[in-house]
Design a protein around this ligand. Sequence first.
Ligand SMILES: Cc1cc2nc3c(=O)[nH]c(=O)nc-3n(C[C@H](O)[C@H](O)[C@H](O)COP(=O)(O)OP(=O)(O)OC[C@H]3O[C@@H](n4cnc5c(N)ncnc54)[C@H](O)[C@@H]3O)c2cc1C
Length: 373
Amino acid sequence: MSDRSQEAEVVVLGGGPAGASAALHLARNGLPVVLLERSTEPQWRIGETLGPSARPMLDTLGLLKGWSAEGHRVSPGNGSSWGSDPIQFTDFIASPYGSGWQLDRVRFERRLWTEVERHGVRLQLGTRMTQARREAGVWDVDWAGVSTSGSLRASWIIDATGRRGEGVRRWGRGYESTDALVAVFSRGRPSQQTSPDQEARTWVESAPDGWWYSALPPDGHRLMAWMTDADLVRNWPGREREGFVEQLRMTKHLGQWADPARYHWDEAPRITSAQSRRARVAVGDGWLAVGDAALSFDPLSAQGLITALLTGIRGAETSLRSLRGEREAGATYVAGLESIWKDYRRLLYEHYAQERRWSDQPFWARRHRPPVP
Ligand SMILES: Cc1cc2nc3c(=O)[nH]c(=O)nc-3n(C[C@H](O)[C@H](O)[C@H](O)COP(=O)(O)OP(=O)(O)OC[C@H]3O[C@@H](n4cnc5c(N)ncnc54)[C@H](O)[C@@H]3O)c2cc1C
């Protein structure tokens, strides 16, 4: 079936946190928006820790209403064994915004989709852009789904396709990355525990070739991830299920969750890129990138979701201003991205510098070099 010649002011590619927040912010400001999302329903994704400083963004997007009933697990802080063996706990108590959360990502994204539709965004699930041409300040966008296709005319495109970065690859000269971090992760299925696991903090534990982290999203499956470099993971025995549990068992703190009386680790580990990366060009003629499509972060920073929401809002504002003819809007957005990136690189370096025990090992030696501006 073909759906010809729709009109929209803005087309958003990708309905993750960044794309949905951009679409929502535009629609709340009265713009006609079409959101093309590849999936047909929200997918489980790794990336669940949302720090308290997300609260102002959730407020701007109108998401705080009903938030406490959405089932996200309140997280009081972090536990980390980093730089020395004992586990140290840091509470969010010092944060002016209170606690953070371990998100139910499926529920979070479903809520975002409900909100975008409620505000009049045309949400096209199971579709993606196949071609786009820009002439005389207008985009002609072709899109396709499994059994439908169509075209759209729009003034502006927002690339929110996450690490795929469809728009950035087409129009923005690709990416510049600063490391080759990968995550190998698995989810433990809870056993018949006599006292259910209630540990809602994110735990981090460093090791000679990388670091582990663990979180407990609201579905009760314990997430365990091993973070290392792409070259170091090639021969890592934990890429297979049994090896993963064995490696986990060998840790000092997180190994407590390898106990079969607590969790069944019967899921095959998956591997994904977690490298720090930025778009060489994130704003162009009639388009811009938000979220991971613009900047992506090492999960140690727990900055991905917050920045996705923030750049979604800022990207929407930049689109609005550009459509009103404000020529400096794009440059202001780029300066904002640069500032986020610069602060992130400095903080990440400082954080890795606190672990000196394995400075001679490749994983740590690579991270102990100060960032090049
Ligand atoms: C191992 C790991 C752990 C992480 N842990 C955390 C954490 O604890 N806390 C945190 O804040 N962040 C974390 N992150 C980062 C966080 O998950 C991301 O920063 C965040 O999801 C980015 O949101 P986004 O909307 O930009 O992209 P995504 O969440 O990737 O969403 C992109 C959307 O675009 C859609 N899409 C892709 N291509 C197309 C296309 N061609 N057409 C249409 N739709 C398309 C996808 O289906 C998806 O819905 C982690 C990341 C990794 C790798």
